[in-house]
Design a protein around this ligand. Structure first.
Ligand code: TYM
Length: 332
């Protein structure tokens, strides 16, 4: 059986990178795989979150899943803290993964910054909780953006070590699914930095809550170079900002950067940016409107999460039992 699990942290603003790198792909995959999508609020608190903001963004991310076209009948949609098995399995995996593996995690280094002694222990242990999310459902595939690749390698290592240590094939070796033309959407202000929720400049990203005017302004102000668009992909190699906008265009129109360039090669950026704005507004506009509608009815959103958590629990419960029995925890 093929089963996917993936998650989004309810921190700050959801942006185009989250949509193109992850959520948009899930919409397609939900028909092919048994699908479980999670709002990972326990990951969010590895860095300080204002409690009221955390509650609000948990609903916001759920609304984004639904507005993007994730079907709550076909898929399990829930928030992590509602299923205790995530924290319970994370503890077991904390005792399986090695300090040396964790020390190599680049995301910890980026997020902890210069003052590592001040980072929470949770931020350091973050990848073990992520491995627990995935393995608690024995997910075979995990659709994510490129920045999660190293965490997924650690998940495989954790699964393999657990299986070896206990001499039982409890966990599958999960495969990443890194799909589409925008697996790493870059900042609109700097083509060498990832588009991110935590960038202090709001003009570095397109948020899923931005209206048409703001999207137009942000694309108009996006950094580019003075050359027109090339007609071949090789012409983008040393032009990160141009490559980023072409990748975004390709992903939004479900095609490849090569196909975009064969149509737009020779265009000035002013013309390309106008076309990109139209496409972004056309794609994101209805989603933003549906998110706003859902957020005006929080009970609807909460009902989806409540039912999702109950369904998640029916899968997670037996796996946690199997793990506890494998480890030798006395069951009385
Ligand atoms: P998070 O919340 O940072 O991002 C959610 C998803 O969006 C993708 N993404 C991007 N894709 C392309 N370009 C970008 N600029 C960009 N920024 C973010 C991420 O790759 C991700 O797929 N650790 C995860 C959450 C998580 C998880 C899991 C994911 C927790 N447990 C289990 C998969 C399976 C994270 O911080 O994602």
């Amino acid at each position: 059986m093929k089963r996917i699990f993936s998650g989004v942290q309810p921190t700050g603003n959801l942006h185009l990178g989250n949509y193109l790198g992850a959520i948009r792909n899930w919409v397609r995959l939900q028909r092919e795989y048994e699908s479980i999508f999670c709002v990972v609020d326990q990951h969010a608190i590895t860095q300080w979150q204002d409690p009221a903001d955390l509650t609000r963004t948990t609903r916001e991310v759920t609304a984004a899943f639904l507005a993007a076209g994730i079907d709550p009948e076909a898929c399990v949609i829930f928030h992590q803290s509602a299923v205790p098995g995530h924290a319970q399995l994370a503890w077991v995996l904390n005792c399986v993964v090695r300090m040396g593996w964790m020390n190599r995690m680049t995301q910890f280094k980026e997020k902890a910054g210069k003052h590592k002694e001040n980072a929470s222990v949770g931020l350091f242990a973050y990848p073990a909780l992520m491995a627990a999310d995935i393995l608690l459902y024995k997910a075979t595939h995990v659709p994510v953006g490129e920045d999660q690749k190293q965490h997924l390698e650690l998940t495989r290592d954790a699964a393999q070590k657990f299986n070896n240590d206990f001499g039982r094939e409890v966990f599958p070796l999960t495969e990443p699914l890194i799909l589409g033309a925008a697996t790493r959407v870059m900042s609109l202000r700097d083509g060498t930095r990832k588009m991110s929720k935590s960038d202090p400049s709001d003009f570095s990203r397109i948020n899923l809550t931005d209206d048409a005017d703001l999207i137009a302004q942000k694309i108009r102000k996006a950094k580019t170079d003075p050359e027109p668009l090339p007609s071949e992909i090789a012409g983008l190699e040393t032009r990160p900002e141009a490559a980023n906008l072409v990748g975004i265009y390709a992903a939004l129109s479900d095609t490849s950067p090569e196909a975009v360039l064969s149509e737009t090669g020779g265009w000035a950026f002013s013309q390309f940016k106008q076309a990109l704005t139209d496409l972004a507004v056309e794609t994101l506009g209805p989603m933003t409107a549906e998110m706003a509608r859902l957020l005006a009815h929080p009970d609807e959103v909460d009902a989806v999460l409540r039912r999702g958590a109950a369904r998640a629990q029916t899968i997670a419960g037996p796996v946690l039992d199997e793990v506890y029995e494998t480890v030798g925890f006395l069951r009385v």
